[in-house]
Design a protein. Structure first.
Length: 135
């Protein structure tokens, strides 16, 4: 049930992000190229983090250490990019509808990264794993 909800949320988030990407690239001027690049790089890092989180439970102890190091580097790189990505002001959008869609997409992407951080932390905390397996 939880896995199905995560997959559904991922599908919705990816759909919103891809829709936003199409909207941005269709009207973006040169200033917006960095915004589109940030989105693509954020999605790339998000996918890498999801794969690492999935691999973690079955990894050997040495691999787990490397996964944690890689996750930390990905979060350290992604979070400033995410901050920049979500800071685009209303004036950069041609109309309120696009701005509203963008706000929803940016909020979903922020939530996705918050969830990935929580999942990553929980995998490393035995008490968290015990709490979640009891439910």
């Amino acid at each position: 049930m939880v896995f199905a909800l995560m997959i559904n949320r991922l599908f919705i988030s990816m759909s919103l992000a891809l829709g936003l990407l199409f909207a941005i690239t269709s009207w973006a001027d040169e200033r917006h190229n960095g915004h589109s690049d940030d989105l693509l790089l954020l999605l790339k890092d998000k996918i890498k983090l999801q794969k690492l989180i999935k691999q973690y439970p079955d990894a050997a102890s040495k691999q787990k250490k490397q996964i944690r190091v890689t996750q930390r580097a990905l979060f350290k790189r992604a979070l400033p990019r995410l901050k920049r990505y979500v800071a685009v002001p209303e004036s950069q959008y041609p109309n309120m509808a696009m701005y509203h869609e963008s706000l929803q997409s940016r909020a979903a992407l922020m939530q996705d990264f918050a969830d990935l951080m929580a999942q990553s932390q929980c995998l490393q905390d035995q008490t968290c794993q015990t709490e979640h397996s009891a439910h």
